[in-house]
Design a protein around this ligand. Structure first.
Ligand code: SF4
Length: 382
């Protein structure tokens, strides 16, 4: 039986290889200051609400707890750490002054759930806070320490809140009436009404699909806005950068024609000629052949020169069934971007940063692929 949490699922949707390296191979990522900061704020809020009687701890006790349990890992310098600590202190003081005036005991704090979706998949996680409402229903509150406030679209499509609603309905058997993302920076709650049964089904289907893909060992790297990740040396899009820096060209002595130095200048030469539009010349075709050969032998998909990088894209014929695509894009409001189901526009959605990960995943699962020829795409390194 596969057990998944929301954060594992979102990593998989962003990049299946990153999921594997992180959760299957258990490679350890260096600590990040934003995780430490978020965790320090969450712990302090848990302390504030985890009381047995309606009287909250005093402001002094609250801030003392914050200071004693401050997580220091991942900050770039003592100065940066101090700045964040003081920012958190100010934020928590503001929070305390607003929310302890009418302090009520929550129904649950850091609610730990784990339930079966079907015989193969379980979902687990923690909900920051569940409040009982006068009507008898409950409100889910999830604290967020990210900088930007939330748009209505984000609030209404947030899958984490949908899964929390399902978890409460399944495990506590209580009706969820309000879903809130609490934006700590501005001390503002952003709330939406409960999800509909069809929204719940859509997210549960996605969890089941992701769990199925993980069980089937589908761990292809997927380039995304957050690349390179902490594990990029294990990814065939970024491994060459390390080989280049360390001078450890793999496959040396296996008879490949170009050495490390050669590949770096070869990449630059190829890209420069492409930029000058020398398409089809003997020189460019010869460089292209060497680049492809090297990448194939070393199982790489990207090479780095001094000034350019080239990415190997295996030309694929991608096709979708029109009806499948309509059913997927219409509810997400994306159908107008592929009028008449132009196959190349659908393929463009797969590569577009603003296509939601779950839609990308769905389009990937629906497409029919057949192998084509290689393309070597170049890009200037910034
Ligand atoms: S670098 Fe990017 S594509 Fe490679 S594993 Fe990390 S997230 Fe995935």
């Amino acid at each position: 039986m596969k057990q998944l949490s929301y954060s594992q699922m979102s990593v998989y949707l962003r990049c299946p290889l990153q999921y594997k390296l992180s959760y299957v191979d258990r490679l350890k990522a260096p600590p990040k200051h934003y995780f430490s900061f978020g965790s320090s704020i969450h712990s302090a809020l848990e302390f504030l609400y985890k009381v047995k009687t309606p009287k909250p701890p005093s402001l002094d006790e609250f801030l003392k707890f914050y200071e004693t349990n401050w997580e220091k890992e991942g900050y770039a310098s003592p100065g940066q750490e101090k700045e964040y600590f003081e920012f958190g202190e100010e934020m928590l003081t503001g929070y305390y002054n607003i929310h302890t005036k009418d302090f009520k005991l929550p129904l649950s704090v850091e609610y730990n759930f784990n339930f079966e979706i079907n015989k193969d998949v379980r979902l687990r996680g923690f909900i920051d806070r569940i409040d009982k409402l006068a009507s008898g229903g409950v409100e889910v509150v999830d604290y967020k320490t990210e900088a930007e406030p939330f748009t209505t679209a984000r609030l209404e499509s947030d899958k984490q809140l949908t899964l929390y609603q399902i978890a409460i309905e399944k495990t506590l058997k209580l009706p969820v009436e309000k879903l809130t993302l609490y934006h700590m920076k501005s001390l503002t709650p952003f709330s939406a009404g409960p999800r509909t049964p069809s929204q719940e089904k859509e997210v549960l289907d996605l969890v089941v699909e992701v769990a199925g893909d993980i069980n089937a060992g589908k761990f292809e790297p997927t380039l995304n806005n957050f690349c390179p990740c902490d594990f990029d040396r294990h990814c065939h899009y970024f491994r060459h950068k390390y080989m280049k820096e360390e001078g450890t060209e793999e496959g040396e002595g296996k008879g490949q024609p170009a050495g490390q130095e050669d590949m770096v200048s070869l990449v630059d030469d190829y890209s420069r000629l492409k930029e000058e539009n020398k398409k089809g010349t003997t020189e460019i075709e010869s460089l292209r052949g060497k680049i492809i050969g090297y990448m194939e032998r070393n199982n790489l998909s990207r090479l780095f020169g001094q000034n350019y990088e080239v990415t190997l894209v295996q030309g694929e014929k991608q096709e979708w069934d029109e009806e499948d695509v309509k059913k997927t894009l219409l509810p997400a409001g994306l159908l107008d971007r592929v009028t008449g189901i132009d196959q190349s526009l659908v393929a463009g959605l797969l590569e577009s940063d603003d296509t939601p990960p779950e839609i990308r995943q769905k389009l990937k699962s629906l497409r029919k692929l057949s192998k084509g020829s290689y393309q070597v795409r170049y890009k200037k390194i910034k």
